[in-house]
Design a protein around this ligand. Sequence first.
Ligand code: BGC
Length: 365
Amino acid sequence: MQMIGKAGKVAAIAAIAALALTACGRTEPTTPGGASGAAGFPQDSSIGVALPQKTSENWVLAEKLFNDGLSSAGFKADVQFANGGVSEQQNQISAMITKGAKVIIVGAIDGAQLGTQLQQAKDSGATIIAYDRLLLNTANVDYYVAYDNFKVGVLQGQALLDGMKAKKPTGPYNIELFAGSPDDANAKVFFDGAMSILKPKIDDGTLKVVSGQTTFEQAVTQGWKAENAQRRADTLLTGSYTTASLDGVLSPNDTLARAVLTSVKAAGKPLPIITGQDSEVESVKSILAGEQYSTINKDTRKLVEHAITMVKDLQAGKTPEVNDTKSYNNTVKTVPAFLLPPVIVTAANVKTAYVDDPVLGPLTK
Ligand code: BGC
């Protein structure tokens, strides 16, 4: 998969050895004081959760779920958003260390800018869990818990193709590509996953990126901001689609998908097939209304629940369960990960996809 570095083979061998040692994937700590947090810690310890900016609904939901879940497990929950940017997040992590956090869970704004704070956290004896977004260029990250980001991109790329084909059985199809924020480690992984499906079709002429903007750098949306995607969509429409029709748009998430649709509507053009991610309320409504084509269901409740299970294991001196020890190399180490499977949602399954969801369930009945 993506991000398998030089360490990939070594990690794979280690993974096989680890599996041989345990039937359920859970190993007993072997390195006291090491990544396993072998000694455990008091139940009422402080647990830091450093969240990024509120760039999509999933983060807002995560805040509440972490506060409720950690508190009801007896921990002191210290959950912070860094809407002011990277330096605010750095300060928040430093403050968590000062308060004696035993575990620090980090959803990074910029996964490559926290090296100093993560070193201090490690020196203080805390265990560090990267949440949703990988922490880059550091040895000081013990675990990663996320939905499989590359798979998200693959599902988006395939949905874009399927949606366009259902509307117009034969190509060529005119498309444009949008990516997330370049400081978020996930953004390139989503894009690479989608391009693993789309690139061969661009190469064989089935897909035409009329603007010619096919690289990640050309497709990025700074800060995951809707206004940036909308502005780029406006420019693409006036620059490349005065006569050509726009059949499809790869959008990495729901916020940006709705921004692009706003731009297309303002230009008075027919709506393209467009992908998304996060199952945001407005996008699920848009799918029901036949506008946005797809989203991805990455149930935040399950992700937070697994992160809290890891904290509970560490508290008890157990090594948290992981299910992937080869995919996420952060340039310094391959981070043991627990990956959850993302699910594609279109009009075809929107009424069944969210049966267990307290908000989206009633909305899609
Ligand atoms: C998350 C996405 C989200 C994006 C913007 C990414 O790191 O994985 O679910 O849409 O950030 O908030």
